[in-house]
Design a protein around this ligand. Structure first.
Ligand code: WT7
Length: 668
């Protein structure tokens, strides 16, 4: 496909301001019912139109730039009637490929073998490393060969529980190379959460490291895995091999606890294997990875992505939303334990042959200037983050595109990001998407249209967002309602692992004919999209998605907790904070100690990142006469919007509300 340079019309790479867009005067209508949009870039608009009117041609052209052992059939579509109520899912049916080959071998062949693929920045300033594309391929092949040798086969699951060492993307790519299905578990999850995921996907092997420093704290990852594996064995899952990377910066091997016969030192075995490894060719629809994410109810969902569509989607969204150029140095601060790290640390950038900064540490260690120190050190040109960081004394002159993700960015934060971080010269891509969507769905394309602070703007190629009302009827023009997607796109997840019924019920039943995102959204008179947050019981804490039900069940597992209700509240730094109403078992007195032990129950069962910010003692919870907890009221109490409680007359015991408010005003 023709490489359309989005915004080189003025011939300048830097120093662009919003004003330079003003020359694009074409008035046009987006075919999404969005209405008239001023000053859309005509080339981009034409591409968008084609992506909707001729998706087969559009995606075929893009996919042809990748390596396929065997091309897909005539049609890139397949009817997927049982799932999508007749809408289509974009699949490269019949295509045979491999995403690792496309990230590495294909790029090496194009002549970039000595280009840096990864710059690694450790937790401690001054500790760093790097790998060229050739070196990365060699490391990937060694690990792939080792895994083949211990009988990991195509289709087998591999659990990866690693911090942001280079070994994490290496491990993902090695799995992809041999057709194994990786399931990365964020290394902040507790042993119990890890065990739950291991029991669900039954991996052949677990890859981890002995320990990691996070800021000034040490975390013993191998011991957490050990505990998880003991628990998994109790559930009938036995794992023969746990491959442990010796992370010498955190802990020497002599100090590491060991399970003889099961635990194997990575450095003792992997480097002995050949640095070349043949590629396992897989079907475009073969699974690439599972990633567990929280829903509004029940246990975490294993979101399953397949190979072909995900590959095309992450590569294309990365290229256009960040206006990627081969000379860029790209840094995404996300951890590979989340979808952002899958799509925009590993696959998307590497498919484009980009140089990626991988950062092990915390953004505020040793101080709050760390991020900008890293930007200056590597001359980062594209910076992608959840916008909750602070800027101090650094120059940041290398930056040219900024990305934002994970939560609605409010207009004042947007202005800060634009004016302070980007010195009023870098476009901001506020990318709206989800674990399920594989990649960006609604996002500005730098220079394609004027930005509005706080709006994710318009859909990416091939995406047809619609806003529906309670009844599921599409609303046109200026409106607000539930955000759904009509039709499909290549990066869409294909199922929830082992629970296809839940996939249909959660995403396709609420509004028949559409994919339901779980988000609220409004559209303004110019057709811009404004995300307004989750409309279900999911909380977004610093870009980490947490189900209220999970936190509640962790709290209730505490012997002194009778009942719990968790809601999200606005949080200055984290976007949303976790606010828990707790009813104790009768006769148990409130105490500071008990408050801590409740918080610890959540840390142990889910992970520290899910720990409630507030425990609000509740003699009882407000419920309807049928026993349903009125979360709407709890949200108002939590955010102290006491004059907006609304109608409380349907409560079984309206007095409960006054009790709660009174307790909220006093300490314990
Ligand atoms: C939820 C998905 C996708 C990567 C990070 C989180 C919220 C995501 C934005 C944005 C407003 C956003 C939504 C979405 N979200 N990006 N740019 N503006 N809200 O992935 O854990 O799957 O969470 O994050 O509520 O549904 P995730």
């Amino acid at each position: 496909m023709e490489d359309v340079s989005i915004y080189n019309s003025n011939g300048k790479r830097n120093g662009r301001t919003l004003d330079h867009l003003r020359h694009v005067e074409s008035m046009a209508t987006m075919p999404s019912g969005a209405g008239k949009i001023p000053r859309l870039n005509a080339v981009i608009l034409e591409m968008y139109r084609r992506s909707i009117e001729d998706p087969a041609g559009f995606w075929s052209d893009i996919a042809s730039e990748f390596y396929w052992k065997q091309k897909w059939g005539q049609e890139v579509y397949s009817e997927n009637t049982d799932v999508r109520n007749g809408t289509i899912s974009i699949e490269f049916k019949g295509g045979i490929t491999n995403i690792c080959c496309n990230c590495l071998d294909r790029n090496l062949e194009s002549g970039i073998s000595d280009k840096f693929a990864l710059y690694w920045e450790g937790n401690e300033p001054g500790v760093d490393g790097s790998l060229t594309y050739r070196q990365l391929l060699e490391r990937v092949c060694q690990l792939a060969n080792y895994m083949k040798d211990i009988a990991v086969r195509k289709g087998d699951a591999v659990v990866i529980y690693l911090p942001m060492l280079m070994e994490l993307p290496i491990a993902m790519l090695a799995c992809a190379r041999i057709g194994a299905v990786h399931s990365v578990v964020f290394a902040g999850f507790s042993a119990e959460s890890l065990a739950q995921r291991i029991v669900d996907c039954k991996p052949k092997v677990v890859l981890t490291c002995n320990a990691v420093m996070r800021g000034s704290k040490i975390i013993y990852l191998r011991d957490i895995v050990d505990k998880a594996l003991t628990e998994s064995t109790g559930n009938g899952i036995s794992i023969d091999t746990c491959l442990v990377f010796e992370n010498q910066l955190a802990m020497k091997r002599e100090a590491t606890k060991w399970h003889e016969g099961r635990d194997v030192w990575w450095q003792d075995v992997v480097p002995k294997y050949p640095t070349t490894c043949s590629v396992e060719w897989v079907d475009a629809e073969d699974p690439l990875f599972l990633l567990y994410t929280s829903g509004s109810t029940g246990k975490p969902k294993g979101v399953l992505h397949t190979t072909g569509g995900y590959m095309i989607w992450t590569a294309t969204t990365f290229k256009y939303a960040f206006d990627y150029k081969p000379s860029d140095i790209y840094w995404c601060t996300a951890d590979c334990g989340w979808i952002t790290g899958h799509s925009y640390v590993s696959y998307g950038p590497l498919l484009n042959g980009a140089t990626v900064v991988v950062f092990e540490g915390a953004p505020n260690y040793p101080d709050s200037g760390r991020c900008w120190d890293i930007v200056d050190k590597y001359n980062v040109t594209i910076f992608y983050t959840a916008p909750t960081l602070y800027v101090t004394r650094y120059s940041r002159k290398s930056l040219r595109v900024l990305g934002s993700v994970g939560e609605p960015i409010n207009p004042s934060a947007w202005r800060w990001y634009y004016n302070v971080v980007g010195d009023s010269r870098c476009p901001i891509s506020d990318t709206w998407w989800q674990t399920e969507t594989g990649g960006f769905m609604i996002t500005p394309l730098p220079g394609a249209w004027p930005q509005k602070p706080g709006s994710a703007t318009f859909p990416f190629f091939g995406v047809q967002p619609v806003i529906v009302d309670e009844k599921g009827t599409e609303i046109e023009g200026q409106c607000s309602g539930y955000l759904c997607v009509k039709g499909s796109w290549p990066g869409a997840f294909r199922t929830l692992y082992g629970d296809h019924e839940r996939y249909e019920t959660t995403y396709f039943k609420p509004f028949p004919g559409y994919y339901f995102t779980g988000d609220g959204c409004s559209r303004d008179k110019d057709g811009y999209h404004w995300l307004t947050g989750r409309v279900d019981d999911v909380i977004n804490v610093s870009g980490h998605r947490i189900g209220t039900a999970e936190v509640e069940s962790a709290l209730v597992s505490h012997p002194q907790c009778a009942e719990a209700a968790v809601v999200g509240v606005e949080h200055e730094i984290k976007g949303q904070g976790i606010y828990a109403f707790v009813t104790l078992v009768e006769g148990v007195p409130y105490s500071e100690e008990l408050r801590k032990s409740l918080v610890n129950a959540v840390r142990n069962q889910i992970g520290a990142f899910a720990a409630p910010d507030t425990i609000h003692w509740a003699p009882a919870l407000p419920k309807t006469r049928s026993g349903k907890i009125m979360r709407r009221i709890l949200r108002k109490i939590a955010s102290r919007q006491l004059d907006e409680l609304g109608d409380t007359s349907t409560l079984a015991e309206p007095a409960v509300v006054d009790q709660l408010i009174a307790l909220g005003n006093s300490k314990i």
